[in-house]
Design a protein around this ligand. Structure first.
Ligand SMILES: Cc1cc2nc3c(=O)[nH]c(=O)nc-3n(C[C@H](O)[C@H](O)[C@H](O)COP(=O)(O)OP(=O)(O)OC[C@H]3O[C@@H](n4cnc5c(N)ncnc54)[C@H](O)[C@@H]3O)c2cc1C
Length: 390
């Protein structure tokens, strides 16, 4: 395996770095959630004007048709620069690519252009109160009535629901068919009568996701993606995009946090010495360094096998399981380093500077969304290791 990037790829890195130096927002991201969303929407428009959003999308849809290595470089550079996340993350990451693969020409022309410039924000209405890991058991129902589907039911964990203009919605359209075969995939206007979005407050203090209710919501038939009752296959495309290349950005983020922890341990004194002289914390920091580097090498291994023509497979579950569990462990280590100060949130005059507490609380979510750790282990056991089904 050759771990170096080619001169052309390094050129690409330089071009992006130069653009970021000239265009990164000079002001800090607002702490208020709504203001932060508006800030990231404005940032996405700037990225769009510069041609730096949806870089992996084909050129005909406004992307750059970037190679896999360019995508890797993009993820690394954006994170190195601490660039804000574009507001329409789900639109860019999963909705656009799904529409390109399964949408009709009319649907593509109607919906795709407004994703990249953040004119229309998207959310994902898959999970329900009783259907998460077992997604195919979903109960939200849609019945054809003339030229419309009439949708009734409830979704939960709808990220960005409070800001969204549109939703990719999985609904049951055949209650008699086996559960995977009676599902359809709709595009729903979130401003339709009968849609209610209720933000849920999380342990971090933010309301990242919502409960979403559909009460006799009329959805025009032309907003069905693919064929009726064929939605499961299309949902699988969406979920494949959800576990994409972004792990590289996560690796850089975790490494930056580790560097911050090592810096803190080197200058903070407790029990007569610095934290980095403490034999237990010292071992933990070394262990963290090793794990973060192993993550990078594993990600490079995945990219190398894709470059050799192998399609993305269930190995993506290894990356997802690895980074989310590593993140949780690392944030706990951060709390151990702070000792009693770990109980103070940013804002308190005695709190250690940085988002340590937020990161600690937020890291719980990583082992749940996009498939929980247990589900990833099942996939690895059955489809990577070939173990018998449990
Ligand atoms: C921050 C965040 C954002 C999210 N955003 C969205 C969104 O925008 N749109 C959306 O549709 N969903 C979203 N989700 C939902 C997410 O996909 C689900 O939470 C996830 O699939 C798990 O489902 P559940 O919460 O119903 O848990 P359950 O499926 O009820 O699982 C409960 C526990 O049982 C375990 N378990 C379940 N089945 C098995 C099994 N077969 N073997 C072993 N253990 C098992 C699980 O691992 C878990 O520990 C989000 C979740 C989070 C945390």
């Amino acid at each position: 395996m050759d771990l170096r990037f080619s001169p052309e790829d390094e050129q690409y890195r330089l071009k992006l770095r130069t653009w970021l130096e000239a265009n990164m927002p000079t002001e800090a991201a607002p702490s208020d959630q709504d203001a932060d969303f508006a800030f990231r929407r404005a940032w996405q428009r700037k990225l769009y004007d510069g041609g730096w959003v949806g870089i992996n999308w084909p050129k005909e849809y406004g992307g750059q048709g970037a190679t896999l290595l360019q995508q890797a470089i993009y993820a690394q550079e954006m994170t190195h620069a601490r660039a804000p996340q574009p507001a329409n993350g789900l639109g860019i990451g999963i909705v656009g690519p799904t529409l390109m693969e399964h949408g009709s020409e009319t649907q593509k022309q109607r919906f795709i252009p407004k994703i990249l410039n953040a004119d229309e924000i998207w959310c994902q209405g898959f999970s329900e109160p009783n259907s998460g890991s077992d997604l195919a058991s979903l109960q939200t129902k849609a019945v054809l009535d003339g030229d419309d589907f009439v949708v009734n039911g409830q979704k939960i964990w709808t990220s960005l629901g409070q800001y969204a203009d549109w939703c990719i919605l999985l609904v049951r359209t055949d209650t008699d068919a086996p559960k995977h075969r009676g599902i359809s995939y709709l595009l729903v206007d979130m401003h339709s009568p009968g849609v209610t979005v209720r933000p849920l407050k999380q342990i971090t203090g933010n309301s990242e996701f919502n409960e979403t209710f559909f009460d006799n919501v009329r959805v025009p038939k032309q907003n069905l993606i693919g064929e009726m009752n064929e939605g499961w296959r299309i949902a699988m495309t969406t979920l494949t995009y959800e576990r994409g290349i972004s792990s590289l950005a996560t690796q850089v983020r975790i490494k930056q946090q580790l560097d911050g922890m090592i810096g803190y341990a080197g200058k903070t004194r407790r029990n007569g010495g610095t934290l980095s002289e403490d034999p237990v914390l010292r071992q933990d920091l070394a262990q963290a360094h090793i794990r973060v580097e192993v993550m990078l090498l594993n990600l490079y291994r995945g990219i190398t096998s894709r470059l050799r023509g192998q399609p993305p497979g269930p190995e993506a579950s290894l990356d997802k399981l690895y980074w989310s569990e590593l993140d949780k462990w690392m944030q706990e280590l951060g709390m151990s380093l702070q000792g009693p100060y770990s109980q103070l949130m940013e804002g308190s005059e005695h709190a250690v500077k940085g988002n340590w507490q937020y990161n600690f609380l937020r890291s719980r979510a990583g082992t749940i969304y996009s498939g929980t750790s247990e589900i990833q282990k099942n996939i690895i056991g059955e489809r990577v290791l070939g173990l018998p089904k449990g």
